[in-house]
Each structure stands twice: as C-alpha cells, then as structure tokens.
Design a protein. Sequence first.
Length: 385
Amino acid sequence: MQGSSTLIAAQMAAELRASGVDVIDLSVGEPDFDTPQFIKQYAWEGLEKGLTKYTATAGLADFRNAIIEFYASQFGTDLKLNEVAASCGGKQALFNAACTILNPGDDVLIPKPYWVTFPEIVTFCRANSVFIETEDTEFVLNADQVAAAITPKTKLLILNSPSNPSGRVIPPDEMRRIVEACAARGVYVLTDECYLFFAYPPAKPFSLASLPPELRNFVCVAGSFSKTYAMTGWRAGYTIANPEWTAAMIKLQSHSATHPTSFVQYACAKALRNTDATLAAVTAMTAEYKRRRNWLIPALNEIDGFKCAIPEGAFYAFVDVRELLGERFASSADIADLLLKEAHIVVTDGEGFGADGFLRFSYATSMENLERAIDAMSSIFNVPA
Ligand SMILES: Cc1ncc(COP(=O)(O)O)c(C=O)c1O
C-alpha cells in the first residue's frame, strides 16, 4: 500500500509552518470550522453520565437508532437496527465494507478521479482496482459507463458523490440507474457519503440508503460525521447495509477498533436528535463553502493555464493544469512543487487521485488565504499583456 498523498501534503504544510514559514495551506480535507458548541457539550454530558466504558461492537443502540430516525426524517428511509453499525470514521466504515465483501482476485470498479484511499483498500483486500475514465462526462459517472465496465469478475463499485477530489455530484436519478445496472449483474455498491450534506443548491443531499430494499440490498453506505458536522478528530462514522453484510462488518470490527468512543457516540446521537440545531449548523457551513466557491472558481479560471469546472459539492476545486505542461513543467507535481517553493502554497497533486495534470485546491480555509493564494499565483503565471 502507498501512504495517503493527501496526508503527506498536509504534513508538509505542518512542517513548513513549524519552521516559521507563513504557509497558505490549500491541501487540507478538513473543515476550518470548529465543532458546534452544543455537540461538544453533549460529549461532556456523555462523560458525566459515565459513558466511559465499552459499548456494543455495533455501537450504542441509541446511536444506531438516532441514525435510523435521522435518515427517516431526511431521506424517508425505513431502516432496521440490524442494518446500521457504528465505526471509527468513514475510513473504517469503508474498510469494514470492503474487507467483508471482497475476496482475493475480485475486480472493483473505481471511477476516476478517485479518493486516494479507495484503490489502497482494494489492494489491502488483494483485489484488483479497475478504473473507469469519466473525463468525457466531465467527471460525472453514469450508468452506461458502469455497465460497460462490468465483467464476470466484478464484485464491487465504489462511489463517492459529492466527490473528493472533483467536487462533482452525480444526479440522484443517475445514482439510482448506476445501482440498478450493478444489481442486475450481481455487483455490490459501496457509496462513500462523507460529503453528503455539502451539496450546493440546486444540488441536494441524496443517500443511496433511500433506494427501495431490492436495490439497497446491494448497497453499503459509508457515512461519516467528520466533514458534515466539523468533527474530523472525533472519529465517528457508520455503515448502512443489509443485515448479513452488517453482521460481517461487526464481526470484523470486534477484532479491530471494537467501536468508536462511547461518549462520542452519545454526543452524535444527541446531535442527530437535535435535528434543527444540527441542520442549521450544517446549512451555515455549506453556505460559507458556497460563498468561497463562487469567488474562487472564476478567480482560478483567470490564471493562465488553469481550467476548473464548477464543483457542485464538497469543498475542493479540481484544476486542470495540463496546458502548462511542456518545457517548464513536466508534470502537475512540478507545478505543486513550484507553488510550495515560490509562494508557500500547499496544494495536492492530482496523481494520487488518478488524475496527473490536475491540482486539488481545498477551500476549507479562510477567504483571506484564498485571496492571498490567488494573488500569488496570478503573479507567477499571468503574463502581463
Ligand atoms: C471521500 C472521503 N471519504 C472518507 C474520508 C474519511 O473520513 P473520516 O474522517 O470519516 O474517516 C475522507 C477524508 O478526507 C474523504 O475525503
């Protein structure tokens, strides 16, 4: 397995900052907001109540029921307790799901560009990543592309919408068609819904948990509190899958992390049940990301050689810099390197996402940082007329 290229970029930024350099870090995949105060308070309440011991491996029934109720209220679902399990963040949810469905030699479809961890999980399971090119459809996967890629060896498709790194959102109807194409051929779908609520209007949050049972049977939702509620460090996530898949994931987790922190589960359950306050916090954060996006994307497109489609979700701009490749730069990594050395701007190279020639800019940072970055990049790349 390879180390996470996004975490490597973040570490580079931290090291530079520690040596006294004023770094503009556009590499972080982490909200720049603090966890809402009332959620912190719930964690304290959980501690006071003595939630300092083991819980069930699947998580507190209260946590799982809160997920069930929250999804029912937001997506009209009718989930059962044996379809929901707690995990330590979205990453463990993805690992649990992949490790319990894959056998060595299985093929796993992964649309490009992908989140760095997907092919690494597949490698860990001794399965094979089979990539689907989506540049023709502007990085928005469709059911025809999936159907054309399926072979008898295909076991699983991994989806991520809104996408890290592209910020593109697959429309709900197309998501359904994709699952139909998979289910008809006995292929499972693992959907990483970590950015579920960061879909900018008119795009809307859409969960594959809301599909009818005969389709949902083939789906595992990997959910996370990290981005939606600005809770990256709390390590709270969950899976929603059929009872058999869920039972297998619980069995696996019973031999690894056991369960996420007890009082964190308590705080998450309370937060989901205080739905109005929680959704108000999410709406405020989404509106701020959207404001930054609306400023940043046109500004990036003003830089010579940069081309960026408008992201409909998440908080990343995925910039095509292939026009700049040639004599001065052999690869997008060289451009990232120059930005770091000349302007102390840290961005993530596209290669780790399967998209050499692209750079990912996170706008989970202040407007001031974004403005400084654009000023610095304009003076590097824009040739005066
Ligand atoms: C697409 C995607 N999935 C999952 C994760 C991991 O989230 P968590 O903190 O819940 O493990 C990230 C974090 O960057 C992500 O971008």
